[in-house]
Design a protein around this ligand. Sequence first.
Ligand SMILES: Cc1cc2nc3c(=O)[nH]c(=O)nc-3n(C[C@H](O)[C@H](O)[C@H](O)COP(=O)(O)O)c2cc1C
Length: 153
Amino acid sequence: MKTLLAVVHAPSPNTQRLSDALEAGARHHDIEGIDCVCQSPLETVPDDILNADGIIIGTTENLGYMAGLTKDLFDRCYYDVLEQKQGLPCALYVRAGLDGTGTQRGIESIVTGLRWRWVQPPLILRGQWDHTFCGQVEELGTYMAAGLENGLF
Ligand SMILES: Cc1cc2nc3c(=O)[nH]c(=O)nc-3n(C[C@H](O)[C@H](O)[C@H](O)COP(=O)(O)O)c2cc1C
């Protein structure tokens, strides 16, 4: 059984909808070989990342950058996972009311340092809330889980 870790910051009803959609996508009924663990950055510790075969980060953009709790996740875990998790398949979605580029740039820079491997381009959910966002995030969850299950990554 492989483990897909989703570390999701969901401070609002809309971002909770995104988190639920991601989990639903990763737990698609056709996918049997993946254990999906979806949790907040605050409760995530280095061992969670060490035990993961793939990771999805979901964050809001606040004040031009990733949410503080998402940054704190990297601050706390970076060195503990650096050696062992190079090549970890990763994906990102950002819920941004206005922009999202500062968050994308910041996380891309950290992922480069960690040498994780993008298996999907970052998904930026920008502007006014749009119900199609949930479908996009659900697809991302399914794509990651199916890719891990089938050994594509
Ligand atoms: C204090 C604060 C700062 C924010 N700064 C940004 C920002 O710099 N760029 C941006 O795109 N959105 C910004 N937003 C909007 C949030 O990204 C957005 O409200 C959040 O992702 C939740 O989405 P929702 O409003 O659809 O629930 C900010 C929101 C708050 C509360």
